[in-house]
Write a protein that binds this ligand. Structure first.
Ligand code: ADP
Ligand code: MG
Length: 364
């Protein structure tokens, strides 16, 4: 199957509203969002309504988010489709909580654990069920800070330079990034914890860098099926915790810090431009500025390309955050207009083997 005859599947959007946090309650904040029962719809203030693929109100548990919105993507992964989950929203809206970006194995199966540890558990459960297949699993974990790609799984002092290359067959590739092969769920969780702690160190050293950086945890799943194991697929799952989307004026940054903020948020600004270009029907074959930032280059396949993609748009219900919440709701609304064309990703080596085998059987 080629990209031309692939089915068009739009980017799906899940809106997630966290509960009011103690600070907001102490300040006397009220909720400015109303949730329409049994409809994926939210109303801001008294009039503006927005509809998404899924809406999770403040009472929704992590398990519900996982089983409703994430599980279908995992089924696709095992069929050979790429998938991406992007958490978007202002700082403090629940992106890291939703993605599980502070997970430690001490939390084990606590109901509050987020997407990534749940994904890891499910992947290994599914793998166990498929005794007729051979699996090869690998993970990488990176952070984009100030337009630099940092390898969160590399402990060496002199880290190799990381560059982005585009392979005509396999899509975007990151050269120089650690890709760790893993055979068990605890081993993969170990990689998540290692990377999470590398992020936290960054945040104390660079003043809350973690909320100003983008983190991408990637799981690569290679699957060999069939009696002679030539039927192979390779799929990738990107789990992305984006930088806080708040407007600069709110952080009262000036001078160097403002400059830093602009460069850090370049990724988000470009992401917005890419989403606009892809979602605007009137600009059908318009140029899409993927190359304007590292973030959009890395997500090129996830937006308007070969991937099943879900955006989790995170918001605070507090009236004091209403302006940012409306910005997020609008951004998420535009993302729904992006049309992707996911295809089953056959391992190019296995495809070549199959072709040769067929040739041989024809000649004898
Ligand atoms: P972000 O990563 O978007 O900056 P966090 O994920 O760190 O935000 O969340 C901010 C605070 O809100 C944290 O204390 C977190 O535990 C809490 N929180 C976020 N989402 C929820 C939720 N759905 N239920 C309960 N607490 C939440
Ligand atoms: Mg965060």
């Amino acid at each position: 199957m080629t990209n031309e005859d692939a089915k068009v599947i739009p980017v799906r959007v899940a809106l997630r509203c966290r509960p009011l946090v103690p600070k907001e309650i102490n300040e006397g904040c009220q909720s400015c969002l109303t949730f329409v029962p049994n409809e994926p719809q939210v109303i801001v203030g008294t009039e503006k309504a927005f509809t998404y693929d899924y809406v999770f109100d403040p009472t929704s548990e992590q398990e519900e988010v996982f089983s409703t919105a994430i599980s279908p993507l995992l089924n696709g992964i095992f069929k050979g489709y790429h998938a991406t989950v992007l958490a978007y929203g202002q700082t403090g809206s629940g992106k890291t909580y939703s993605m599980g970006g502070t997970y430690t194995s001490a939390q084990e199966n606590d109901p509050s654990v987020g997407v990534i540890p749940r994904v890891i558990r499910r992947i290994f459960e599914e793998k166990e069920k498929r005794a007729d297949s051979e699996f090869c699993l690998a993970v990488s974990y990176l952070e984009i800070y100030n337009e630099d790609i940092l390898d969160l799984l590399s402990s060496s002092k002199d880290k190799p330079a990381i560059s982005i290359r585009e392979d005509p067959k396999e899509g975007i590739k990151i050269v120089g990034l650690t890709e760790r092969q893993v055979v068990s769920a605890p081993e993969m969780v170990g990689c998540l914890e290692l990377g999470n702690s590398a992020r936290t160190v960054g945040s104390t050293a660079m003043n809350a860098a973690s909320s100003r950086s983008h983190a991408i945890f990637t799981i690569t799943l290679e699957q060999r099926r069939g009696s002679d194991k030539v039927d192979s697929v390779v799929s990738k799952l990107h789990l992305v915790d984006l930088a806080g989307s708040e407007r600069q004026k709110k952080t009262k940054a000036e001078g160097d810090r403002l400059k830093e903020g602009i460069s850090i948020n370049r990724g988000l600004l470009c992401l917005g431009n890419v989403i606009s270009a892809l979602g605007d029907e009137s600009k059908k074959n318009a140029f899409v500025p993927y190359r304007d930032s590292k973030l959009t280059r890395l997500l090129q396949d996830s937006l308007g390309g070969n991937s099943h993609t879900l955006m989790i748009a995170c918001v605070s219900p507090a009236d004091s955050n209403m302006e940012e919440t409306i910005n997020t709701l609008r951004y998420a609304d535009r993302a729904r207009k992006i049309k992707n064309k996911p295809i089953v990703n056959v391992d190019p080596r296995a495809a070549e083997m199959n072709r040769l085998k067929q040739q041989v059987s024809k000649t004898i």
